[in-house]
Ligand binder design. Structure first.
Ligand SMILES: [Zn+2]
Length: 475
């Protein structure tokens, strides 16, 4: 055998050995099956309790066989699975909840107690394993809040989960679920007659996602599934307009009193329909043209469909990708000029866990400092006063004046021109104004899909966070 022949053999054996080893780590600890751990999460501001609701299997494990430990350090919570015999971490994942968002509202501040149904999913362990749930303290360190033993042989695991019998369509196929990010699209407020529209919507928003960077470059790392979820009535609940609809997933506007915040508290229904496809992430399309959506890290994203007028139809394209940025990348909002229902979303002086919002903006500590060139000043001046005056202008317009719409359009144009022609576009720095705060929080770029209502791509810091998440699920 020649030297070059030996070399080829060596390369081949390495290429085959690597995935086999990683897969061996999975098969040594897990069955290729998903276990769903359902909990009831109760409490008020500053206090919480987790109680077991039920355990059930969900079919084959759709996640990666190699990306078992989550080192991204994102999310308000973290679930850890520990091999009880060897006391070794075998699976972990960061996530956020509706509960932790609710804790920042006035209602919770006034001492109200509420309960939320939630799920944690992981591959079914072969042997007894310890499930531990962690919550961040105000210094952002994880502290244990719940622990239990998962016994795969337990009779408490429901194994005949009754799945709804509805059609499932694959919108995009790139490969085996273990090696791809699997997104399941569900619809709410679509009747059986509306299903043609649902599948057209599913295709349209899939195209929107993959026309945005960095998703465009990573399209081959995704599978997209669409589940036909029939509702009794078209449209969803709009409590502020006294509109109530019988829908399969129970989505509603006015979450936490915000007109445009769309979530559902019916976690069980979402999970039952989602489990019809192998899924890592869930997006719920709601069959209404009213502006709204929501996105919680590792829970789901929601988005309205279409638009109230032809002129504003692109708004849902913006919202869809923006909300998925929250749900998938753990990205924080970079805007600071809109009203939100949170009173203390990010405590002062604490570095938030979101990868694209920073409280500390100096060259030694800025969390994305490796992407900032030496010539860029930190914090980075960006004519913030001009931007602030442009966004404040519409507040002085008389709503019943004849030229109201014309003036609003002109103001929106002036704002997008300011952003589009900004001399620091494509520069990574620390731009003051982010995370609902005008001062003291910084974002990585002048503009981004997490900052302005536009069809702009994600900025380089958000893109890196998204790429890391894609890698976790596809490698
Ligand atoms: Zn947002």
């Amino acid at each position: 055998m020649t030297k070059s022949g030996l070399f080829v053999l060596a390369v081949v054996s390495i290429a085959f050995a690597a995935p086999l080893c990683a897969q061996d780590a999975f098969t040594a600890s897990f069955m290729d099956e998903t276990l769903r751990f359902d909990i009831v999460h109760t409490g008020t501001k500053g206090a919480e309790q987790i109680s077991l609701d039920k355990l059930c299997t969900e079919g084959a494990w759709p996640g990666s066989l190699t990306g078992l430990i989550d080192s991204l350090n994102l999310g308000e919570y973290q679930c850890r699975l520990i091999d009880a015999e060897k006391d070794r971490l075998i699976y972990s994942r960061g996530f956020s909840t509706i509960f932790n968002e609710w804790q920042t509202t006035d209602e919770a501040a006034h001492g109200a107690q509420r309960a939320f149904h939630e799920s944690v999913r992981f591959p079914l362990p072969l042997k007894k394993a310890r499930l531990e749930l962690y919550r961040r303290n105000k210094h952002m360190e994880f502290g244990k809040i719940f622990t239990t033993v998962i016994d795969p042989a337990s009779v408490d695991i429901i194994r005949d989960t009754k799945m709804p019998n509805v059609p499932v369509t694959q919108i995009l196929h790139s490969g085996a679920p273990h090696e791809k990010v699997d997104i399941v699209l569900l619809g709410d407020g679509y009747t059986k007659k509306d299903m043609k529209k649902f599948f057209a919507d599913a295709r349209h928003y899939t195209d929107q996602l993959f026309s945005t960077q960095p998703f465009r470059s990573r399209k081959n790392d995704f599978n997209i599934w669409a589940v036909s979820v029939p509702s009794d009535e078209s449209g969803i609940d709009q409590p502020d307009k006294n509109i109530w609809k019988r829908t399969a997933l129970g989505t509603s506007y006015n979450t936490f009193g915000s007109a445009r915040y769309v979530l559902t508290m019916n976690n069980d229904a979402v999970r039952q329909y989602a489990a019809l496809a192998p899924y890592d992430f869930v997006i719920v399309l709601v069959n209404t043209p009213r502006y709204g959506g929501g996105g919680i890290f590792q829970l789901y994203a929601t988005c309205f469909t279409g638009g109230e007028t032809r002129e504003t139809a692109w708004h849902s394209d913006y919202v869809f990708v923006h909300e998925f940025g929250h749900c998938f990348g753990g990205l924080g909002d970079e805007y600071y000029t809109s009203d939100v229902p949170y009173t203390d979303f990010l405590p002062a002086g604490v570095e938030p866990w979101e990868p694209n919002v920073a409280a500390i903006a100096d060259r030694e500590h800025l969390k994305w400092r490796d992407l900032v060139s030496a010539s860029t000043p930190l914090p980075t001046p960006w004519q913030k006063a001009v931007f602030d005056s442009l966004t404040a202008a519409p507040r002085s317009f008389q709503k019943n004046a004849a030229d109201y719409n014309e003036k609003r359009r002109a103001a929106a144009d002036a704002l997008s021109q300011f952003l589009d022609r900004h001399p620091l576009n494509n520069i990574v720095g620390a731009f003051e104004g982010a995370g609902y705060k005008s001062n003291g929080l910084y974002r990585p770029a002048v503009n981004c899909r997490m900052f302005s209502k536009s069809l702009i791509d994600f900025d380089p810091v958000c893109s890196r966070a998204i790429n890391r998440m894609i890698d976790l699920y596809s490698k």
